[in-house]
Design a protein around this ligand. Structure first.
Ligand code: PMT
Length: 220
C-alpha cells in the first residue's frame, strides 16, 4: 500500500462484543462480530501503524501482525485499553461494551428448579470506558468513539449522536445505525462522523474496510 501515512503511529483499537458472565455457563452479550474493529486494524496496519487490537469475543480472525489482547468482559476491556492507551497516538473504540453486568456471578449453574417460572437479574452499571479515557485525555492522543443507535429517523439519529458526543467528550464520534440486519455482523456499514462540536465531518457507506479507510483518512 503506497499510503504509509500512519507509519510510526501506535493505534489502539477495541473490537467485538463484551460478555458478562451470569454463572459458569451463561453470559449477557451482544451481537457485535468484531468485523468493523478488525477492518480498522487491517487498514491501519496496511498504512504502517503499529496496532494493538483489544479483542472481545471476535467472530472473525484477528490480523496476524497486530498485537492482540484478548478480553471477555467490560471490566477486562477497561483494564486492557487503559494499559495500551497510555502510550497510544490514537484510540478507536469500536467494540460494543456492556453497560451493565450481573451484580453477582453465581458459582454454580442457575437451576430452574430453584428459580421457578420467572427469574429476576440484578445488574450493576459498568464504567463508561470511553468517557473515562476522554476525561483523562492526553494532548496529542486522538480518541475516537462509536455510537450504535437503532433510531430509524435520520434527524433524530443525528441528534442522538450529538448528545452522545457531548456526554463522551471524544475527538470524533462515528455514528452508525444498528438493528436486526444493520451494523452488527453485516459486511457493510453506513457511518456519519461528528467532530467535537457535533458538526458532520464525514459520511460514508460501503464495506466495513472502505468505511475504516475513511475514518483513518480523518485521523491522519
Ligand atoms: O462488530 P461488528 O459486527 O462489525 O459491528 C460493529 C459495531 C456496530 C459494533 C460498531 O460499528 C459500533 O457501533 N461499536 C460501538 C458499539 C457500542 O457499544 O455503542 P454504544 O453507543 O453503546 O457506545 C458508545 C461508545 O462508548 C462506544 O465507542 C463504546 O465502545 C463506548 N462504551 C460503551 C459502554 C461502556 N460501558 N463503555 C464504553 O466505553
Amino acid at each position: 500500500d503506497p499510503r504509509r501515512d500512519l507509519a510510526g503511529k501506535h493505534v489502539v483499537i477495541t473490537a467485538g462484543g463484551t460478555r458478562e458472565p451470569l454463572d459458569p455457563v451463561r453470559f449477557l452479550g451482544n451481537r457485535s462480530s468484531g468485523k468493523q474493529g478488525v477492518a480498522l486494524a487491517q487498514a491501519a496496519l496496511a498504512r504502517g501503524a503499529w496496532v494493538t487490537l483489544i479483542a472481545a469475543n471476535l467472530e472473525v480472525p484477528a490480523p496476524a501482525s497486530a498485537d492482540v489482547r484478548r478480553v471477555g468482559t467490560a471490566l477486562e476491556l477497561d483494564a486492557a485499553v487503559t494499559d495500551a492507551a497510555a502510550h497510544a497516538d490514537v484510540v478507536i473504540m469500536a467494540a460494543a461494551v456492556a453497560d451493565y453486568r450481573p451484580a453477582a456471578v453465581r458459582a454454580d449453574k442457575i437451576k430452574k428448579d430453584d428459580t421457578g417460572d420467572s427469574l429476576l437479574l440484578e445488574l450493576t452499571r459498568n464504567p463508561d470506558i470511553l468517557a473515562g479515557l476522554a476525561a483523562a485525555g492526553r494532548p496529542g492522543r486522538l480518541l475516537i468513539g462509536f455510537a450504535a443507535e437503532t433510531e430509524p429517523d435520520a434527524d433524530r439519529l443525528l441528534a442522538l449522536g450529538r448528545t452522545k458526543m457531548a456526554r463522551k467528550g471524544c475527538d470524533f464520534l462515528v455514528l452508525n445505525r444498528v438493528g436486526w440486519t444493520e451494523g452488527f455482523a453485516s459486511d457493510r456499514n453506513e457511518i456519519t462522523v461528528l467532530d467535537r462540536r457535533g458538526d458532520i465531518v464525514c459520511e460514508a457507506s460501503g464495506s466495513k474496510l472502505s468505511v475504516a479507510e475513511r475514518i483513518l483518512d480523518l485521523i491522519v
